[in-house]
Design a protein around this ligand. Structure first.
Ligand code: C2R
Length: 191
C-alpha cells in the first residue's frame, strides 16, 4: 500500500537557503510520523509551524503497532532522501517515537498526544522514558509548536536561513507578548 503523506507547500528553506522566498519544490528536511489519522488535527500544526519557518516537511500516517513495516520503510526512505530530523507523534501507548529512534541515528523528537483515559500522561511517559542510548527529545503533551521549533533549532545549526527565520519569529513573538501585556495593563487601569 502506498504511504499516505501530505507534503508541506510554499517552503523556502533546506536547499532553500539558496532560493529563499520562492515556492520551488524544496527537499524535505523533517519527517513527521503519526500513529493515527485521528491525530492529524494536532499534528498538522507541527507542519504549519515548520512551513512558517520556511522548512519543508511531510506527514506520514504510520503506526509502530498497526503498520510496523510502513514505519521502517519510511525511515529507510527518509535516510535515502536526506531527511534530517524525524518527529514521532502518538497518543496512548505511544511507542512510535521510540521505535523510530531504534531505527535511525537521526535526531528524533517525540510529540505525545492527549486523548484516552489519562489525557496524554500515558503517551508522555511512553515517549519520554527511553532506555539509555536511545534518546527521544520529548516535548509537552500536544506541544505541536515546540516539536516544530525544536526541529528548527536542530536544523539551524546547519542552515543559516533557518537560524534567521527563528530569530525573526522570536522578535515577532516578543513584540506580540509586550503588546498583549501593555493592552492588559491598560485595560486594568481603565485606559
Ligand atoms: P485510533 O484513534 O486510530 O484508534 O488511535 C495513535 O497515535 C492514537 O493517538 C488511538 C491512538 O493510538 C495511537 N497509536 C500509537 C501508535 N500507533 C497508534 N500510540 C504507536 O505506534 O505507538
Amino acid at each position: 500500500m502506498a504511504t499516505k503523506k501530505l507534503a508541506a507547500k510554499k517552503t523556502v528553506a533546506g536547499k532553500a537557503v539558496a532560493n529563499s522566498g520562492t515556492t520551488t519544490k524544496q527537499p524535505i528536511l523533517v519527517g513527521i510520523l503519526t500513529g493515527s489519522p485521528n491525530d492529524l488535527p494536532t499534528v498538522v500544526k507541527v507542519r504549519d509551524t515548520l512551513t512558517e519557518l520556511g522548512i519543508a516537511s511531510e506527514i506520514v500516517v504510520a503506526s509502530a503497532h498497526r503498520t510496523p513495516d510502513k514505519v521502517t520503510a519510511y525511515i529507510e526512505r527518509a535516510h535515502r532522501e536526506g531527511v534530517q530530523v524525524l518527529i514521532g507523534c502518538a497518543g496512548m501507548a505511544a511507542h512510535l517515537a521510540g521505535v523510530i529512534a531504534g531505527h535511525t541515528r537521526l535526531p528524533v523528537i517525540g510529540l505525545p498526544l492527549s486523548g484516552g483515559v489519562v489525557s496524554g500522561l500515558d503517551a508522555l511517559l511512553s515517549t519520554v522514558q527511553m532506555p539509555p542510548g536511545v534518546p527521544v527529545a520529548t516535548v509537552a503533551v500536544d506541544g505541536s509548536k515546540n516539536a516544530a521549533m525544536l526541529a528548527a533549532r536542530i536544523l539551524a545549526l546547519k542552515y543559516p536561513a533557518i537560524n534567521q527565520a527563528l530569530e525573526n519569529a522570536a522578535s515577532k513573538e516578543r513584540a506580540r507578548y509586550e503588546q498583549n501585556a501593555d493592552d492588559a495593563l491598560a485595560k486594568l487601569s481603565g485606559h
